[in-house]
Design a protein around this ligand. Sequence first.
Ligand code: DX5
Ligand code: ZN
Length: 216
Amino acid sequence: MAILSPSVLGADVLNIKRDLEATEAAGVKWLHVDNMDGCFVPNLSFGYSVVGALRKATDMVLDVHLMIDKPIRYVEEFCRAGADYLTVHIEADTPENIDKTLDKIAELGVKPGIVVKPKTGLDAIRPYLKKCALVLVMTVEPGFGGQKFMQDMMPKLREIREELDRVNPECHLEVDGGVDLVTAEICKANGADVLVAGSAFYKAEDKAAFRAAIEK
Ligand code: DX5
Ligand code: ZN
């Protein structure tokens, strides 16, 4: 069964508490939290203090996506703030440092994950798949909500699922970017089991129906 992880970046910043309550009322179990540094991506968002505030406000699983350069500098703060899953981009540091970053996240008792941008293939992450609890495949260039879904990521998604089935079948495979009720079906058919949705979820009138359609 698939899991919906709404991206709180798509919520109304002046009404985050109201939107969180609506998210929980829809039966949602995971919440995706995007953190951007203005360097790895050309945008800024949130940070570990926001993750800490969300942790106090909800029992949902916090699926925290770091779009920051050299994430090893900050993973301890994000783990202590209450992330359940903490994902870092393979492109954000040297492969050796990303390997150390994943180990550090696990040592802090948090589930580590790795993220690939659209131009990054399976070979770049293959050595780290065994230590991941989640692999995230971007279906837009990271940085902004509301972009168009890149269907040409589907062969890579399927290839990663097949490799995970060989080396780490328990690992979740997540997609992020342009996911709506139509594109979610395409992602699920290609092996995704966690679907991030920002704009589509927060614009949906009937959030419970949206969740049920994704998780069916
Ligand atoms: C983009 C973020 C996404 C974003 C998704 O860099 O990582 O999580 O919030 O938003 P939608 O679903 O609107 O594409
Ligand atoms: Zn994200």
